[in-house]
Design a protein around this ligand. Structure first.
Ligand SMILES: Nc1nc2c(ncn2[C@@H]2O[C@H](COP(=O)(O)OP(=O)(O)OP(=O)(O)O)[C@@H](O)[C@H]2O)c(=O)[nH]1
Ligand SMILES: [Mg+2]
Length: 452
């Protein structure tokens, strides 16, 4: 009998999962979709026109589809290989030992980006099919090419939790692996998911704390998304207390140079798999940590509208900065052009050394955004290589009798319409967004799921 115990470890009680995530309560979906419709409308009337007038998508390759506006919150799992990412998803969704469980194992196992989402019945969807369907939010992934689409998989499962969020499992990071071995731009793909994720679990285990190039790269890509990041020190019950504390310290030590220390992410120490905690360890603590993480997840679900609005607002801020920059390039160009000048020479001089003409400085001064939020100047060299400066109009000429000015419209959306929409759903928590004049519309949206 003892041998059987070793082979079949007792399963963990799950009732705290359903309770914390309120999986048995009904959700009101009407308010939800009405707000999303209004958000879509603001985006199409106030943001999209400016985006198109200044070809923003060619700069950032960042198009927002309707599918993205209406999609469910996304929880992204990142981290080194074999730290238990897939196991954790199986645990949360009760997939362990089912026909559709994610592969797990001691070797690097996951080689695909796997999107786990809701469906009437369990089935898998090929990446190519997901990307082709514009009603889904994954169509922009097509740009990463055929090789990548073969590494993209969808799984639809009729699970209550998936009615509210989607999970994305990723291939674990293997240090010392060259980029091209993956056959697609791994970093760019990660960035795409990072930009859109509502919650990012960066999972570690006690044996894989060493920071190498790929992990460093990953954390660089996570900059600006600090409020979405949660660090998980997984498999914690496989260590004795003293050793665990040592590992916890070591984790912070190695991550400190990579993370924003003024807003360090929350770290959860536990073990996220379906088996009973090891009895000789701090299992009470681990259970509490697990419940905190589930509460965190629940907050994200409850704040999904707020986060969507904040996401669109952040996007609008970037589009506005881009439009101001192109306008400034164009104005400088017009000022420098005389009847006798060679347009190409004049413009090349500006593109090659925008600082000489105070292009970026003037936008910094005017908008009060941080230097970090400005797009880089090399990108504008490429941008104007494809889109000649003469093909643009000045912002002051982007006005129509009926529609008003594009710049005013986007600024109104940033300072008024989006905050008002946010207030309309908030339960008494009124965020105030100062006008573009004082803040340049550039301040970061509040961290809405941070716990005090
Ligand atoms: N002791 C212990 N082992 C775990 C825990 N979670 C996962 N494991 C084991 O760790 C191994 C790796 O788990 P996976 O879920 O495949 O890890 P992964 O992060 O998805 O790995 P890749 O897909 O390769 O990146 C498996 O053998 C799991 O059984 C845990 O909480 N405690
Ligand atoms: Mg995996």
């Amino acid at each position: 009998e003892e041998v059987e115990d070793v082979l079949e470890p007792p399963m963990r009680e799950r009732s705290h999962i359903d309770a914390t995530l309120r999986l048995n309560e009904e959700t009101k979906s009407d308010d939800y979709s009405a707000t999303l419709q209004r958000l879509k409308k603001i985006y199409h009337t106030a943001v999209r026109p400016l985006e198109q007038a200044y070809k923003y998508n060619e700069l950032r390759q960042y198009e927002i589809t309707d599918g993205e506006i209406t999609s469910k919150p996304m929880v992204l799992f990142l981290g080194p290989w074999s730290v238990g990412k897939s196991t954790m998803i199986n645990y949360l969704l009760e997939l362990t030992d089912s026909a559709h469980q994610l592969y797990t194992g001691a070797e690097p196992t996951t080689s695909e980006f796997t999107v786990i989402m809701h469906g009437e019945k369990t089935r898998s969807v090929e990446g190519i099919v997901m990307a082709a369907d514009s009603a889904r939010s994954f169509s922009p992934l097509e740009k990463f090419g055929q090789n990548f689409l073969e590494k993209l998989v969808g799984i639809e499962i009729p699970h209550k939790l998936l009615e509210r969020v989607s999970f994305v499992d990723t291939p674990g990071i293997i240090e010392n692996r060259k980029q091209q071995e993956r056959g697609y731009p791994f970093n760019d793909v990660c960035q795409w998911f990072i930009d859109r994720a509502d919650l990012i679990f960066v999972v570690f285990d006690p044996t894989k704390l060493d920071v190498g190039l790929e992990l460093e790269m990953l954390f660089r890509q996570l900059k600006g998304r600090e409020s979405q990041i949660r660090i998980i020190l997984n498999k914690a019950d496989s260590l004795a207390t003293q050793e665990l504390m040592r590992v916890y310290g070591a984790l912070f030590w190695s991550l400190a140079p990579l993370i924003n220390v003024t807003e360090p992410p929350r770290v959860y120490v536990s073990s996220f798999w379906p088996y009973e905690y090891n009895p000789e360890t701090h299992k009470d603590l681990f259970l509490k940590e697990e419940i905190s993480l589930l509460e965190d997840l629940n907050q994200v679900i409850e704040n999904r509208l707020e986060n969507k609005i904040a996401f669109i607002r952040q996007h609008a801020i970037r589009v506005r900065i881009h439009a101001l920059l192109v306008d400034r390039y164009l104005q400088t160009f017009k000022d420098k052009m005389t009847f006798f000048s060679d347009a190409e020479l004049v413009f090349n001089e500006i593109v090659e050394d925008p600082d000489k003409f105070y292009i970026f400085k003037s936008i910094l001064a005017k908008t009060n955004v941080s230097k970090f939020d400005l797009p880089n100047r090399e990108a504008y060299g490429d941008f104007f290589g494809i889109n000649p400066i003469a093909s643009f109009k000045l912002l002051s000429q982007q006005c129509s009798y009926m529609g008003g000015c594009l710049l005013e419209k986007i600024e109104r959306a940033i300072t008024h319409e989006l905050p008002v929409l946010l207030e309309s759903i908030g339960s008494g928590k009124n965020p105030t967004f100062p006008s573009c004049d004082t803040t340049g519309c550039g301040e970061k949206p509040k961290n809405r799921y941070k716990k005090n």
